[in-house]
Design a protein around this ligand. Sequence first.
Ligand SMILES: Cc1cc2nc3c(=O)[nH]c(=O)nc-3n(C[C@H](O)[C@H](O)[C@H](O)COP(=O)(O)O)c2cc1C
Length: 333
Amino acid sequence: MLFRERQVICLRIKSLEFDTMTALAPLAGVADTAMRELCIGYGAAFSVCEMASAKGISLGDKKSANLMTITKNERPAGIQLFGNSPCAMRLAAQKALQYSPDFIDINMGCPVPKVVSSGAGASLMKNPALAGSIVKAVVQEVGDVPVTVKMRSGWNDETKNAVLLARICQENGVAAVTVHGRTREQMFALPVDYGIIREVKQSLDIPVIGNGEVFDGKSAAKLLYETGCDMIMVGRGAMGRPWVFSQINAYLHDGTVLPEPAVSERMRVMLRHVKKICEYKGDFIGIREARKHAAWYVKGIRGAAFYRAKLSQIESFDELAEIAFHIVSERSD
Ligand SMILES: Cc1cc2nc3c(=O)[nH]c(=O)nc-3n(C[C@H](O)[C@H](O)[C@H](O)COP(=O)(O)O)c2cc1C
């Protein structure tokens, strides 16, 4: 199911052209280079790096800098920055340019207490004036590089102000916005508010990307058609399922429902994924980080709980390969 047919251009964001309508969401601690490369291979329109702290970048923190590294196989790719001040964000954007991002994304949706308590992430939705100043500073700094913003529907049900914030972003030169149709208070609880994504789309001239609870072709089509958004972004639906992009793209193309790959194929992709993680991060860190990915790959497989327990303790690639072999040899599909 690994295919990436060159198709007609589905969407332009300034000078960027995308040939599919499904992008990989930024996923801190999950969508690293290995996962982003895999998802692009399966037809994600673009990928976004894990969010990097403007403060960390301006202090020369190596970890923050590493988060901005983009390989050729994960492009088009954006660098996502979070911060609470125009000055720090401007400086961070300037440094981010050294990594040649295809675009720079500003995080206005992160709900994590440590981030919001500093006035960054979703907290910016409570302060549209500051959000506007941050956007303006970054846009001015990066010249022709498109700047995008990812936000939630609002802080809470009483203050759903995505439309206002998105308008401010557009006025300050943002090239596209992504709206995750949940408030900060909702975190990941249902429902996703399609109405507000639709309202943002109707209020803006720039492209709007819808996000929230897309796990397959049908949920992708529902989000697209019910909101009128230009593109969709998939987060958790790609965890342990990078092929979800080919499934969604096939469905949006002509209604084809591609089945979940056979267990043997899932295990093959898992091993490829983990090999990549180890290549980029070294075996010691790579295998430890691979444990959670491996657990996602076995979700829904018969005996998954048993395998998850084993996978949570793997110490080497060979151990993982042995478990994968055992899983495949246990079944006929
Ligand atoms: C583990 C995890 C990490 C995330 N990290 C980021 C991030 O770094 N930046 C960001 O804007 N959103 C982040 N998000 C939010 C996702 O990008 C996305 O908006 C959210 O998961 C909703 O989409 P979904 O229903 O397709 O998962 C993260 C979500 C998860 C589950």
